[in-house]
Design a protein. Sequence first.
Lengths: 440, 440
Amino acid sequence: MPSAEVVSIGTELLLGQVLDTNSQFLAVELAKLGIESYFRSTVGDNKPRIRSVLRQALERSDILITTGGLGPTADDLTTECIADLLETELFFDEEIWDFIKKLFASRNFPIPDSNRKQALRPLGADILHNPVGSAPGMIWKLGEAELTKIGLKDASKPRVILTFPGVPRELTEMWHQIAVPFLRSHFAAGVLWSTELKHYGIGESALAEQYAHLLDLSNPTVAPYAGHAECRLRVTAKASTVEEAKALAAPVLEEIKRDSAHRCYGDDTDTLESVVGRLLKQGSLKLSVAESCTGGLVSQRLTDIPGSSSYIALNVVTYSNEAKMDILRVSQQTLDTEGAVSEKCAEEMAKGALLLGHADLALSITGIAGPDGGTAEKPVGTVFLGLAAKDFYVGKSLKLGKVSGRTEVRFRTSQEALNMVRLFLIDRSLLAPKSLSAKP
Amino acid sequence: MPSAEVVSIGTELLLGQVLDTNSQFLAVELAKLGIESYFRSTVGDNKPRIRSVLRQALERSDILITTGGLGPTADDLTTECIADLLETELFFDEEIWDFIKKLFASRNFPIPDSNRKQALRPLGADILHNPVGSAPGMIWKLGEAELTKIGLKDASKPRVILTFPGVPRELTEMWHQIAVPFLRSHFAAGVLWSTELKHYGIGESALAEQYAHLLDLSNPTVAPYAGHAECRLRVTAKASTVEEAKALAAPVLEEIKRDSAHRCYGDDTDTLESVVGRLLKQGSLKLSVAESCTGGLVSQRLTDIPGSSSYIALNVVTYSNEAKMDILRVSQQTLDTEGAVSEKCAEEMAKGALLLGHADLALSITGIAGPDGGTAEKPVGTVFLGLAAKDFYVGKSLKLGKVSGRTEVRFRTSQEALNMVRLFLIDRSLLAPKSLSAKP
């Protein structure tokens, strides 16, 4: 399999002034073409350093892709460094210059002299046209003669250099229009297709143990990853077409979906809130949420899904005892004897929200998000959840500890709350008391 | 000046499945400490490759910082590769193991055997504690003896290795709590002190024009940045102590705060919600929020602030017309003649929330977040806001356009809503009708 190395050039990247999204874009695109990537490098605007990084990339990969450093200013050094490295001259390319002049004319901009620099091209390299900006790149196919001349290791293996500007919109246009067809015809051996199966209610290491027999597979490969209060199993297959790759992955995906049953809630773009939304829509059901310690987070997540107004009618955030009594009809007695953070209060809140929202299903959350307000009996991170429907109620409690902080207690609670709704909607027996010891 | 190289470890980065935001975070942080960065590298989960990249980084930099590869699974290789590279043994650290066991116990997770791996530490390295997760890192100060043993160039120059997990939240906590004080005491030559003044209600270029005379200063430097629906002016001063740097910056900060008046809402860790919270607390006032299109986002932001239960009593998310009538007493006539997305409905919602929440101040939001639901007269992005107090009411409308998408319409609306409350609390005359044309 051919391999590529992306080298991002620019001091602004090393200062963190710009987030390097080009590298991620190129990584995904290379994987789609079945081109491997073992290394990625970033270097500032400095000639000796750029040269050393470019040389190293050419040594260890078949394809060198650079981003950045093609502009008209003094710190744009990419083209010059490549000519230096390959021990060749730069010449002024009239064809590029004409293109740049036309581009400026079309924008009614006078053309600064400094832009002449962008018409320079190393002898031997081809132009990689830029349809949307003034910085063209190059495509340079390097053969044994050129590579031997500079003393490169494995000089008999051909190499290719492609250079792109750092502006994401220009890079993506040039990539799709020119680089993809070029790479496909010269290198692409097949495709790398991958999907992620998202799990809730199991940790990364437990997931790895459960699927230990799959983690050693070579095609497809299976790897567990920790997410934010959830876990993912990534399944990746290599083949010559996407269809073949999917077919290779299919038996493994089926096995995981079967064995993970209610823990695997979706894939790739699914979120707990989008899955809950889909299930509510399918069942033509309305959900109401009464939140205390999460302060509207669950409501916000649910309503972030387009079309959620069809299944969310009314949610309330009842922080104070008065609001819990006034709006949700939580009893004074419960608040006096059990407190607002209690199993009983969660139950009354859920049942109150069911009535108030004229809903089919109601979720309640009351707890102590911290950092203050904890007691020995109910430390920070103590949360009670309730889920009520007509003829159904289940409660659950969490002890999330204070270590993770207020925002984290709230987020983890929202994950658990959304998952309770999901379990109810796929099979309410999963919420039977015996399963309540399942870990969050 | 000391130099650092960040090495990001993980095949998921080379496949583009994860965007490497840690590198940018670390780049900004290193610059703040006055530590240079000349290179950055990314490598997949492969022992020989990781070792070669780590060795190279140690050769060309004083400080090697790794992210990723500290998890419990077989493809987490960072610690092992560092021990290999430094030709030392791994030992099982009971102190780390105790910490991990406690963490699992606090979350009610059984501890899988594979997590024992995370308690391994190379002989000679110190623990870099992880206060929020099970993957501790290491801090390893390497002297001439250790560097000579492995034949490193410039072995007389001391080096340091710091390892962090790839989970951004864990990395940032460990960075601020442990790495910053460590690096500051060992490496920082002088200090670079900087602060950001956050502005709402003015764009980046207008801000740059207003303070054009400050942007050419050399110490302190002043630079404008676009934020997310807000803008920032960063003021950075260099000196030998923090006190001196602050003194250098002080006159500029005073000027900006004076001239930006009500647009500069705070600095660094301030958010609109924290500033609103502080002002409500100072005035012993209670706020109620009635949201429609923002679906709980404003409530969630307000309650993300510790102690917000003292000024937030009751918030509601009334998506349906029924909920608006039932709970907030919006009139049938208003909904019939003006519709739920209207100035009048916003007013009735705010006044209803004021009564319902027994509040001193109530905010209402109704609009069309999209992607569907827009009309010619009220396109996606049309939002009406209302702010009611005893003897006070002001309304405002926004046209945010559909281009920015549902999440963005919701976020921008929440910024405007929080800023309305803020202006009311600092000087309600800022909300007088004549100022309503101010841009969002």
